[in-house]
Design a protein around this ligand. Structure first.
Ligand code: ASP
Length: 317
């Protein structure tokens, strides 16, 4: 019989520049808490870490506020291409889809691929898989993302990324931001899993590949799990998720691994954020960007990083 541990959960809805007012912040908090409450209850009822990650990612993908699934940002040609990955830490198995269009939940395909000999598919292959799985065609476009794209087009795509969350007030200033979603869970049997899903950074070149379906942006072993957000190229250059997990595997505490890795990312002038759990139940997060939209359940209560001040790059509980 596997020993019972206290489940832990941390989720994110992207990292980026400020939320433009309290209205945005409270709405984002409510959205994140709804997911934490539901997914944590699932973990308490005996769901595996991978099942919890799947459920959390689906809920976040379905919320048009976040840049994943419904509400994904548009690429330079006005099309949506999404990427998602799942890593089951207990199995040590990564799977994902890259630049898939016209499906509601890219994470579902990533989950399906967990049991396939071919575990990461790009655009054409993932569309074929969606057809084989008989997933209905779905248009993830929202009016806000379309308006955002039109505004950016008029501005010659000067922003490095699309808005962190789809809030009408963000469109007024069209500030560059980041947005993506991620979930890391520790289940009652001590298994870890991490999932990440994104519409990309927005306005990118056709064929650009996001970190979200790479071990640089989403990684888990039996020791730790990490999901990243921010400028994908920066996350890839730091190989951030795998870097944090490997440090923990080599004996560093999660707190130190997060601190060291985010310190290096800061020094290298990267623009990113990460959430993490380890097998002992430690929770950690970090960012070099202005804000990180994360919320967690530590077994007793829900907390978040929405009003976390900038003096520290990392936080724990
Ligand atoms: N990391 C994602 C990407 O670059 C974007 C994000 O996190 O918002 O595709």
């Amino acid at each position: 019989m596997e020993s019972q541990v206290q489940p832990k959960l941390i989720i994110h809805g992207g990292a980026g520049s400020s939320l433009h007012g309290k209205g945005g912040l409270e709405a984002v908090r409510r959205s994140l808490y709804t997911v934490v409450e539901e997914v944590y209850a699932l973990l308490l009822s005996g769901a595996t870490a991978s099942e919890a990650v799947l459920q959390g990612c689906q809920m976040l993908e379905d919320n048009p506020r976040f840049n994943a699934g419904t509400g994904s940002v548009l690429q330079s040609d006005g099309q949506i291409r999404m990427s998602a990955s799942l890593m089951d830490g207990a199995l040590g198995r990564f799977s994902g889809v890259i630049n898939i269009s016209r499906v509601k939940n890219p994470i579902e395909l990533a989950q399906f691929l967990q049991n396939s000999p071919d575990r990461v598919l790009s655009d054409f292959g993932s569309a074929e898989l969606a057809r084989e799985m008989q997933i209905p065609s779905y248009n993830a476009l929202t009016d806000l993302r379309l308006q955002e794209w039109i505004q950016e087009r008029q501005d010659n795509f000067k922003s490095t990324m699309a808005g962190v969350v789809a809030e009408p007030e963000l469109l007024e200033t069209s500030n560059a931001g980041r947005g993506t979603i991620g979930v890391v869970a520790l289940d009652a049997s001590g298994r870890l899993a991490a999932g990440t899903s994104t519409g990309g950074k927005g306005f990118e070149r056709i064929g650009r590949v996001s970190d979200s379906a790479m071990p640089a942006g989403n990684y888990a072993t039996c020791n730790a799990g990490v999901s990243c957000t921010g400028i994908g190229e920066d996350i890839i250059d730091e190989c951030l998720a795998a870097r944090i997990v490997v440090r923990v595997t080599d004996g560093m505490s999660l707190k130190d691994a997060m601190q060291r890795s985010l310190g290096e990312a800061h020094q290298n002038k990267r623009d990113l954020g990460a959430i993490a759990l380890d097998a002992s139940g430690a929770i950690a997060w970090g960012k070099t960007s202005e804000i990180l939209l994360a919320a967690y359940h530590d077994g007793e209560k829900i907390g978040d990083t929405l009003e976390w001040n900038d003096s520290e790059l990392t936080g724990y509980c």
